[in-house]
Design a protein around this ligand. Structure first.
Ligand code: UDX
Length: 454
């Protein structure tokens, strides 16, 4: 422990909630194993240092990224955001890292861990002769799907309409996915192809890849990953089981709902949240409201300010919606999600299938209703509904009848009981993997030893 204590790890997260959470959870995990932690971060979505007094924070200039992120908020081309960050953070990151290395008289900086999406950081780390580990915050299945999909060669398949005969057909390169799924991944296949190539090349060039997943969940994909990415892989997730996400939350979590949940019957509440970046239209928002009203169950609905395109918050709700729902439904701006999923009253999670939300639901054995929006979410959703069979896909968007039927399938039908059984089994597997001698426990020890050896 004494030798470890002198070693420092520098981390650099992508500045979005779904990436900051796992990176800071990993920082906490490594801190409890004796490492000192420095977090380099952009000005945009900067973490609150007072929530992490045991870390040192080093902000860098991101060349006005907040304006870019805001402008794109209504027409999100994720690949543009990624390219902007990778092109504009090079010099500030290199300067910051070089300064930290210079100030490190005893050469105790062991390595830098950066989000895999920050592919530019590999060249900087090589230049400064510092080992770099890549943190991939998505599933392994997502990486394999990205690797297989024809982003560069067959762009037409990314812009089909419902009328096209291929719309419902499986994609030959990755048969778990349908053509209608891959269209959601990106509106810019060329940009996505470039991003994926850059990210994968630099993951392969790294000293190792850390995954927020656990072996038993993705065992078959892990084998393929080990062949495709010959650098050491560490599967020590799910990170939030070691440390909750609340301390890295960028929005204040409304904890008043816990006492409301306490009053609801066991497994009766439909929890609805589409994460930190997904957007929905006014008409979709209204269909969600009608669907929740018609199904007749208690619900907890997270509506992030700005999530409904063209509205600040709840202006587009159907007339007198909240009055009509009374105490049956609660709407909040942001919830303490992990606590909600752990709560005995929560019966299902209607989610956009961001990877953190998907893992959090699996860990608490809560069946999912899948409404993916973009990037990795459609892939996660197909794994949940068609591969692990621990949720139901709300096919073809938001429409009140479809919503009501899908919620009933999960909450009231035999199908829901079977889903609950399968996801409870995975929950047990997670717990076993984290126990002494389990796969995640072992992988964490391997990672600590590996970093200590630098
Ligand atoms: C983004 C991408 O959209 C997602 O596809 C990718 O897998 C990770 O990065 P996001 O959309 O925010 O993430 O979704 P998700 O990965 O689910 O992360 C959201 C995090 O915010 C979770 O840790 C969740 O617990 C937390 N959260 C969400 C809250 O604390 N309160 C809420 O009300 C909603």
């Amino acid at each position: 422990m004494d030798t470890l204590r002198r070693k420092t790890i520098i981390l650099f997260p992508i500045p979005f909630q779904g990436h900051i959470n796992p990176m800071l959870q990993l920082a906490n995990i490594l801190h409890t194993h004796g490492f000192k932690i420095i977090v380099i971060h952009t000005q945009y979505n900067s973490p609150n240092p007072s929530n992490h007094p045991h870390f040192t924070f080093s902000p860098i200039d991101d060349n006005g990224f907040s304006k870019i992120a805001e402008k794109l908020a209504t027409n999100l081309d994720v690949t543009y955001l990624i390219r902007y960050l990778n092109e504009n953070c090079v010099d500030p990151f290199r300067d910051c890292l070089a300064k930290l290395l210079l100030g490190d008289q005893e050469s105790t900086i062991a390595c830098v861990i950066t989000d895999a999406i920050f592919y530019f950081t590999q060249a900087v780390a090589d230049e400064l002769k510092l080992p770099r580990l890549a943190l991939r915050t998505s599933s392994m299945g997502c990486v394999l799907a990205y690797d297989a999909l024809p982003f560069d060669s067959n762009k037409t398949c990314f812009c089909l309409t419902k009328e096209d005969s291929d719309y419902e057909v499986s994609v030959p390169e990755y048969p778990l996915l349908k053509f209608k799924d891959i269209m959601k991944i990106t509106s810019n296949p060329q940009g996505m192809g470039d991003f994926v190539t850059n990210m994968f090349n630099q993951m392969k060039a790294s000293s190792g890849i850390i995954w927020n997943t656990f072996k038993e969940l993705e065992e078959s994909d892990l084998e393929t990953i080990s062949q495709d990415f010959p650098t050491p892989s560490f599967t020590l997730g799910p990170f939030h089981k070691y440390f909750p996400a609340s301390s890295s939350s960028l929005i204040e979590q409304d904890r008043t709902i816990i006492s409301w949940l306490d009053k609801q019957p066991r497994k009766s509440v439909v929890y609805v949240s589409f994460g930190s970046v997904a957007l929905i239209t006014k008409s979709e928002f209204q269909e969600v409201a009608h669907g929740l009203a018609n199904v007749g169950l208690p619900f907890l609905w997270v509506v992030r300010p700005g999530m409904v395109v063209g509205s600040e918050w709840l202006e587009s709700l159907p007339e007198n919606f909240q009055e009509k729902m009374g105490d049956r439904g609660r709407i909040v701006k942001w919830s303490p999600q992990q606590e909600v999923l752990t709560h005995p009253a929560t019966g299902c999670f209607w989610t956009h299938n961001g990877w953190n939300s998907t893992l959090e639901s699996i860990c608490e054995g809560v069946p999912m209703i899948c409404s993916p929006c973009f990037v990795d979410q459609p892939i996660n959703a197909r794994y949940v509904s068609d591969f692990w069979k621990i949720g139901v896909f709300l096919e073809d968007g938001f429409e009140r009848m479809g919503i009501e039927m899908t919620i009933k399938r999960v909450m009231m039908d035999k199908e829901g009981d079977e889903i609950r059984e399968r996801i409870s089994y995975l929950k047990e597997k997670v717990n076993l993997s984290l126990d002494k001698g389990g796969s995640s426990f072992q992988s964490l020890n391997n990672l600590v030893d590996y970093i200590s050896s630098f």
